[in-house]
Design a protein around this ligand. Structure first.
Ligand code: ATP
Ligand code: MG
Length: 360
């Protein structure tokens, strides 16, 4: 399919630095997709407010955004190809979300499974859920439809939100005319396990290796990794399945033959955990080295990351304004105020004329 001029919208909440899980689950796909699509990467700080909105939380947004964007650039996202923007700096997002709120029912939103999970994770009682958290998929619909995106790469838990987006887009188009394409979601397959063997690497669990970790930290984390708990000595046959050390080797070691051999020796009890971990630490450090170099290169240019976010946001505002104009025109909202303005201006002119005539 010719994907020229087809748009992608995806992004992250600025909650901290990115880790290997983010790389496997989303970043590496974005790096590839930016050559095929017009990509828009949203720093979704308004979404962060649905569960964390104290002045203290808000004060961390700028630094978190900088760290995250530095990780994007380190991973190979190219600001000359892709637009990275700050959600809260685009007022059209708030406006569109408000308009979309009328196109979806409360019971429909209550049925979205991830909302209850998010509430639980943030220790919010579902009975007293904030309007904004319930409206998370509506805000996301505004994010996706503002650039009129065709494709939305998402994690599995966000798939249900894109379904809500499609329903809102269809409802809008049928009520007011075809403004929005109906976006497809692109589910980003694999979930990388944590260093502790839990199913998902996550910074909130504390089982993550960050793209910004230095070589010594990686070595330390790898050597304390969970392996096969039944293997108390190196000469006991070990289990490879579900062993995160091997999952990481499968994912990051470019030398598949060596990994296969290590697995065979591990199963036979002829290689120790330490030797396998040494291999993995080397592999991960070799994988992260080019990212560290890029990160150091960009960090050395003071203000560069801020400029990327700033320029991206300015560029995005133009697109956002175009869509919102189309939306309001389709809904007849621009006409309402224009008619009122015309009358008011006529009146003002008439009064000015009368005053001028009276004064003469
Ligand atoms: P964390 O879970 O580390 O606190 P987060 O909450 O910012 O990070 P999520 O909202 O869980 O991240 O996910 C953001 C994106 O990154 C999603 O696209 C998700 O699929 C991807 N992602 C996060 N962790 C992993 C992982 N361990 N494996 C694969 N993909 C992941
Ligand atoms: Mg998470």
């Amino acid at each position: 399919m010719d994907t020229t001029n087809r748009r992608i919208l995806t992004g992250d909440r600025p909650t901290g630095r990115l880790h290997l899980g983010h790389y496997v689950g989303s970043l590496r796909h974005r790096v590839r997709l930016q050559d095929e699509y017009e990509c828009y990467f949203i720093i979704a700080d308004l979404h962060m407010l649905t569960t964390k909105n104290s002045p203290e939380d808000i004060s961390h947004i700028a630094d978190n955004a900088r760290g995250m964007v530095l990780d994007y650039l380190a991973a190979g996202i190219d600001p000359a190809k892709s637009t990275i923007f700050l959600q809260s700096a685009v007022h059209e997002t708030y406006e569109l979300a408000l308009l979309f709120g009328n196109l979806v029912t409360v019971p429909r939103l209550v049925r979205v499974p991830s909302i209850k999970e998010m509430a639980r994770a943030a220790m919010i009682d579902v009975e007293t859920i904030p309007f904004g958290l319930l409206g998370y998929p509506v805000l996301q619909a505004a994010d996706i439809l503002l650039p009129r995106a065709h494709l939305v790469p998402v994690g599995k838990d966000n798939q249900a939100h894109v379904e809500v987006t499609r329903e809102i887009a269809r409802r809008f188009n049928s009520l007011y005319g075809e403004v929005f394409p109906i976006p497809d979601d692109l589910v980003e397959g694999e979930t990388l396990p944590g260093t502790d063997g839990q199913a998902k690497m996550s910074k909130s669990i504390g089982n993550a290796i960050f793209l910004s970790d230095d070589a010594q930290t990686v070595i330390k984390k790898v050597h304390s990794m969970y392996t096969d708990p039944n293997r108390i000595r190196a000469d006991i046959p070990g289990t490879v399945e579900g062993n995160p050390v091997f999952t990481y080797l499968d994912q990051f070691d470019p030398d598949g033959a060596t990994v296969a051999e290590l697995k065979a020796r591990y199963r036979a009890g002829t290689v120790g955990d330490v030797a396998v971990k040494e291999r993995l630490a080397g592999v991960l450090n070799a994988f992260l080295d080019p990212m560290r170099e890029r990160a150091a290169h960009y960090s050395a240019q003071s203000g560069y990351v801020d400029e990327v976010i700033y320029q991206g946001t300015l560029r995005y505002r133009t697109i956002a304004a175009e869509t919102l104009y189309e939306v309001k025109k389709a809904m007849g909202l621009t006409g309402t105020f224009n008619r009122i303005a015309r009358k008011a201006e006529e009146r003002a002119k008439k009064l000015a004329k009368t005053a001028a005539a009276g004064g003469a």
